[in-house]
Design a protein around this ligand. Structure first.
Ligand code: ADP
Length: 437
């Protein structure tokens, strides 16, 4: 009776010891964040638990191979193995055998019936394997995979001696499965870190490219400005001084010169936009503000616009006699940009509406067209620099970015409503001057 009791308490204490071991290892595994440290931890602990020679390998899905990451043998066993094989066991890479995956994937220890030769996926000559087995008195060999939700991460092998028997299979299995979960977490974290690093490097590269692009635009537009002004001056001179026999309203020479002038003006507008963008990016765009009536400026722009583009009718609705304090040229630039966009993206629609209304605090101007509209998916990007919905119509995606920056700098807002195929209305608001008195 007493003997039975002491046996029971002995068994119980073993059980408690095993539980303690698992809870200690789970704490270590929670804290550990290095796969290599974990492989060493597994090999040391399995060696102490079983007394068997241990090899821990990692699966590399890229090369579909198994790489030995940690080993633990007693005495000179490791040296003997390495002498027979003529190579180092640690770091040894073996092409992975698919059938092994199925065999070891069960989450349980399986006996490797073909001994060392099978353990090495038959990649090491059989006589060498047999010689090692004989020299080291190798008995049964067991293997098991680190596997989490069918994700195969690596393997462990227990190489026992003929004269020894180990029995605590369940403890080994629980421990290896615990390690597999930790390994999976570490690998996921490593992958996340690597992805983060790649993204950060990529981001830094993009920022550098962006800066180079801005620099290039800045230099290119600067360098273009002077010769362009000269070309324009000569084209204007040419227009004025055409020989009298060529200076007829519809003569070929007259048409060529006015085409030349309008193209030069188009390039000039683009170069000016590029220069402005560069200044905005560098925070160097200056504003020369004074008081004026926005309503008169709008009417003036519409008037000039109908002279150069008579194919569409621009109708103005509403008015405001309130004054604003702003950079008149910059606000004119915004208005010209909205009108020319309405024109560019109108297709066959003949009408453009300009609506002006005010409140006690602001004047709102809307430019409405009945053209192609903007697809819903693109609407979030419209004010971004260089953004263009489609390349079908010429442009560079500078105008709306510039306009919105200018309006923002005046304390106003810019927004739009649009329906694909129906048209768009672009609005801007500017604060009115407080009434005197
Ligand atoms: P750009 O017209 O030179 O491309 P913008 O910055 O003025 O540059 O406009 C950016 C993009 O917004 C245009 O490429 C066009 O796709 C779209 N867009 C602007 N205005 C309109 C409009 N009135 N109707 C439809 N699409 C427009």
């Amino acid at each position: 009776m007493i003997r039975n009791l002491s046996l029971a308490s002995n068994r119980k204490s073993n059980y408690v010891k095993e539980l303690e071991f698992l809870s200690r290892s789970s704490i270590y595994l929670l804290k550990n964040s290095s796969a290599q440290k974990l492989f060493r931890y597994v090999s040391q602990n399995l060696f102490h638990l079983t007394g068997a020679g241990i090899s821990v390998s990692e699966y590399d899905p890229l090369t579909n191979s198994i790489i030995v990451r940690a080993i633990h043998f007693s005495g000179s066993q490791k040296n003997i193995i390495e002498r027979i094989l003529g190579l180092k066991v640690l770091g040894m890479t073996l092409p992975f055998d698919e059938s092994t995956r199925k065999k070891f994937n069960s989450g349980k220890l399986s006996k490797v019936s073909g001994g060392l030769y099978e353990l090495c996926f038959k990649r090491i000559p059989e006589p060498a394997c047999l010689l090692i087995e004989r020299t080291l008195h190798i008995g049964d060999i067991y293997a098991m995979a680190f596997v989490v939700e069918k994700d195969f991460i690596g393997t462990i092998a227990l190489i026992t001696r003929k004269d020894s028997k180990f029995r605590n299979f369940q403890l080994v299995e629980a421990f290896v499965n615990q390690c597999a979960v930790a390994l999976k977490r570490i690998k996921t974290e490593e992958q996340l870190l690597e992805t983060k690093h790649v993204l950060e490097t990529e981001k830094a590269r993009l920022i550098e490219l962006e800066q180079k692009k801005d620099e290039f635009f800045g230099i290119a537009s600067h360098e273009l400005k002077t010769p362009l002004t000269t070309v324009k001056a000569y084209a204007q001179l040419l227009e004025k001084n055409l020989p009298s026999e060529l200076d007829k309203p519809h003569s070929r020479a007259q048409r060529y010169v006015s085409r030349l002038l309008s193209e030069v003006e188009r390039i000039e507008a683009l170069v000016n936009d590029m220069l402005d963008v560069n200044k905005i990016v560098q925070g160097k765009l200056t504003y020369h503000q004074h008081e004026f009536e926005l309503n008169s400026l709008i009417e003036d722009v519409i008037h000039t616009y109908t002279l150069i583009s008579p194919k569409r009718t621009v109708i103005k609705e509403g008015k405001s006699d309130k004054k604003i304090r702003a950079d008149e040229n910059r606000i004119r630039q915004v208005m010209i940009n909205l009108l020319s966009n309405a024109d560019k993206y109108s297709q066959s629609a003949r009408k453009i509406l300009v609506v002006v209304r005010d409140s006690a605090t602001e004047i709102i101007v809307g430019v409405r067209d009945f053209g192609i509209g903007i697809p819903a998916a693109s609407q979030g990007n419209i004010f971004k620099l260089y953004y263009r919905v489609s390349e079908r119509v010429q442009g560079f995606g500078l105008g709306l970015y510039l306009s919105s920056e200018i309006i923002k700098r005046h304390g106003g807002r810019m927004w739009f409503e649009s329906k694909e195929g129906k048209g768009s209305t672009f609005y801007f608001s500017l604060p009115v001057m407080a009434e005197a008195g």
